[in-house]
Ligand binder design. Structure first.
Ligand code: SF4
Ligand code: URA
Length: 240
């Protein structure tokens, strides 16, 4: 097969976020209803979100418009973990609602997942700003500092232990570095399953690092690797 034919074959089953001819995605069961336990868990989770909204454990708590605990199902089998809220998320109180969020929705849809069936959270729950005096300025984003990450880490750990997903997908360099304690460039570690220890005696969770959708917006060539990772995730989800 020539290189271009191989390329076309590789893309032929991709959804419209990667190629123009999109087949209908087959639904993947993503939420795992657990009779009896569900209500208690939902209540624990709602309380946790309220605590996050009231948190002032680091300076971001005083400059944010609103905290962004996360969105999705408490029974999710997959959690997607981003870096931190940006302008749109700070205004809406929901993760991944800006341009990268719209792309994340398409990426999830292409393997039959949705915002309602997975859980989406970030490493830090409040918007890290270059100029914290102006939350109304677009493009006023920066990565979270090590101190902010350390202050916020407990919230994510509790979210992971409460949801107890089967799989974690980290988006971009920051969540992979924080959760795995591995500073190897994301281009080298993406696509390779790892085990994550959520602490508290909980069972390890399989973790798949992939690129952040914002990186795909800057460099569409990376979409092919993310599509490979999503097919890999879909295959694992299909296992009993
Ligand atoms: Fe609290 Fe995290 Fe917000 Fe800091 S970023 S105030 S630790 S919720
Ligand atoms: N980027 C992130 O890492 N998280 C969001 O919630 C939005 C954009």
């Amino acid at each position: 097969m020539t290189k271009s034919l191989r390329r076309r074959a590789a893309l032929s089953d991709a959804s419209d976020w990667i190629a123009s001819s999109a087949p209908a995605a087959t639904a993947t069961p993503a939420a795992r209803p657990r009779a009896g336990a569900a209500r208690g868990k939902a209540e624990v989770f709602a309380e946790l979100s309220e605590k996050i909204k009231a948190c002032r454990a680091c300076p971001l708590g005083s400059t944010r418009i609103q905290a962004v605990p996360g969105v999705g199902s408490v029974d999710a089998r997959v959690m997607f973990i981003g870096e931190g809220p940006g302008f749109d998320e700070d205004h809406r109180g929901e993760p991944f609602v800006g341009r990268s969020g719209q792309l994340l929705d398409k990426i999830m849809e292409s393997i039959g997942l949705s915002r309602a069936s997975v859980y989406i959270a970030n490493i830090v729950k409040c918007h890290p700003m270059v100029d914290p005096s102006d939350p109304e300025k677009r493009g006023n984003d920066r990565p979270p500092s090590p101190e902010e990450i350390a202050a916020c880490r407990g919230w994510l750990d509790t979210q992971i232990r409460t949801i107890a997903p089967r799989f974690l997908v980290t988006l971009g360099a920051v969540p992979a570095r924080v959760l795995l304690g591995d500073a190897t460039p994301i281009s080298k570690i993406r696509g390779v399953w790892r085990d994550y220890d959520p602490g508290g005696g909980a069972a390890p969770v399989r973790l798949l690092p992939t690129f952040h959708p914002a990186a795909l917006l800057r460099n569409p060539d990376l979409k092919r690797d993310v599509w490979t990772d999503m097919k890999n995730l879909k295959a694992e989800l299909a296992r009993p």
